[in-house]
Design a binder for this molecule. Structure first.
Ligand SMILES: [Zn+2]
Length: 257
């Protein structure tokens, strides 16, 4: 079975067929999905999906692109949602310096730090979004040595990957790994130990080749597993089994599935 560690089924692009897609996942070999939140409302929606579907778990968090105006009420809401039995991580949190219209960097950092502190307090792993902000994200990792987590859709260097791996962090890879122009990601995937890799789709975004540009969903995850298997020189079944076990360990779900 496959574990999709990152899919946004609360996204409006699933409004017309969300139930049909989610119901079809088990027969497609998808055994579990973590749906990260991007705002307090989207975190609430993630929890609602987790309550409704056995295979869905939630992460709760404020995404850097969506954190404008984040206030105490939002942090209190996250803390309350994180107490839910199917809330398995704080995410997706992080820094995004790519889009100019994103909230100011200092504010993004403040919001991320609050959520790193919350993860530490609740002893939950974090799911990090890092776009064009590698240096500041690494500083945040160093500032919270008690926090463990994952960089989703990892796009950093092998050097930064080594620092993260040494600190017990995991790296998530998705459709971007299958793109023809992918350079750094395959290099890092080759370097990282197999037991620290997590598979993800980031649905509805980043559909793997040969579906690039289409709406993504977890049923395309096997294409990512195949790419990982090819990079590691193992069979697809082994990549599937090992990444499944990695995700159970990472989200502390061992013995529950
Ligand atoms: Zn995401």
């Amino acid at each position: 079975m496959f574990f999709d560690t990152h899919a946004h089924y609360d996204d409006e692009r699933f409004d017309n067929d969300r139930d049909a897609v989610l119901k079809s996942l088990p027969e497609a070999g998808i055994g579990a999905v973590v749906n990260p939140g991007c705002t307090a409302d989207s975190s609430r929606a993630a929890i609602a999906l987790a309550e409704r579907y056995d295979i869905v778990y939630a992460a709760v968090g404020l995404h850097p692109e969506n954190c404008a105006g984040a206030d105490e009420a939002d942090f209190a809401a996250l803390e309350a949602l994180a107490a839910h039995p199917k809330a398995v991580a704080i995410g997706e949190i992080g820094l995004d310096y790519y889009w100019e219209e994103n909230p100011p960097r200092a504010f993004q950092k403040e919001v991320m730090a609050r959520q790193m502190a919350l993860a530490e307090q609740l002893d939950l792993p974090v799911v990090i979004h890092d776009r064009d902000a590698h240096g500041d994200c690494m500083d945040m990792v160093r500032a919270f040595p008690g926090v463990r987590g994952e960089f989703h859709c990892y796009s950093g260097s092998v050097e930064d990957a080594r620092i993260l791996l040494d600190r017990g962090w995991y790296l998530g890879f998705g459709g971007a790994l299958t793109f023809k122009n992918a350079r750094k990601a395959p290099e890092v995937a080759a370097y990282a130990p197999l037991d620290r890799l997590l598979l993800e789709t980031d649905s509805p975004y980043l559909a793997p080749v040969p579906f690039r540009g289409k709406r993504n969903d977890s049923r395309y995850l096997p294409y990512v597993a195949e790419r990982i298997a090819a990079i590691k020189g193992i069979c697809a079944e082994e990549a599937e089994r090992i990444t499944w076990e990695n995700a159970l360990r990472f989200f502390a779900l061992e013995g529950t599935r």
